[in-house]
Design a protein around this ligand. Structure first.
Ligand code: MN
Length: 187
């Protein structure tokens, strides 16, 4: 869905900021009609020198993309959830060392994502409001447990050294403009 709630011919992505047992960011990438998900304790960064641990979590329903509010006590992930960023993405292939091509065809891109997740390595270009540009998500070979991947920013024009997703200035919802505190207090 785009901002108008209409289906588009692009794959969607959303990043939830989620304060459950600990604060983390959930990166969700549309594959078929579900959202493949990774919990990133320190959040995504635009700094290409930093690798972020990203724990793969169960696929989420696409309907959850528009959820912002508080998951009640006693439910899985109880705590406030913010739509920290959203937009669309193109899967990418590396055509030669450091040279990537975005796959804009939705079906082709979707198939590429499925095989990439299976293999434990995907590349994609995000078009969000806070986070843009090319990334890789690569499954670790055992380090961090079987669901552990690493999120890495590729070098491109969207890089920003020391980018910190937990920065106060970035504590604002892309749909409501609320901070995490305001989301908690608005219920
Ligand atoms: Mn979460």
């Amino acid at each position: 869905m785009n901002d108008n709630g209409k289906n588009t011919d692009r794959l969607e992505f959303v990043i939830h900021k989620h304060d459950a047992t600990s604060l983390h960011f959930d990166l969700r990438l549309q594959v078929d009609d579900v959202m493949a998900s990774w919990a990133i304790p320190k959040g995504p960064t635009l700094d290409p020198k930093i690798k972020r641990l990203a724990m793969q979590t169960p696929d989420h329903e696409m309907g959850y993309n528009s959820f912002e509010g508080i998951l009640p006590e006693g439910s899985y992930g109880a705590g406030p959830v913010m739509i920290w960023d959203n937009g669309y993405y193109f899967p990418e292939i590396e055509i030669s060392k450091g040279v990537r091509e975005a796959i804009e065809n939705k079906k082709k891109g979707n198939d590429l994502m499925k095989s990439g997740i299976e293999k434990g390595e995907i590349k994609f270009k995000l078009f969000g409001k806070k986070v843009r540009g090319s990334f890789a998500l690569i499954k670790t070979k055992g380090f961090g447990g079987k669901n552990a991947w690493l999120l890495i920013k590729h070098k491109d024009e969207f890089c920003e050294e020391q980018f910190d997703a937990k920065d106060e200035k970035l504590d604002v919802s892309v749909i409501s403009g609320k901070s995490m505190k305001e989301i908690i207090n608005s219920v």
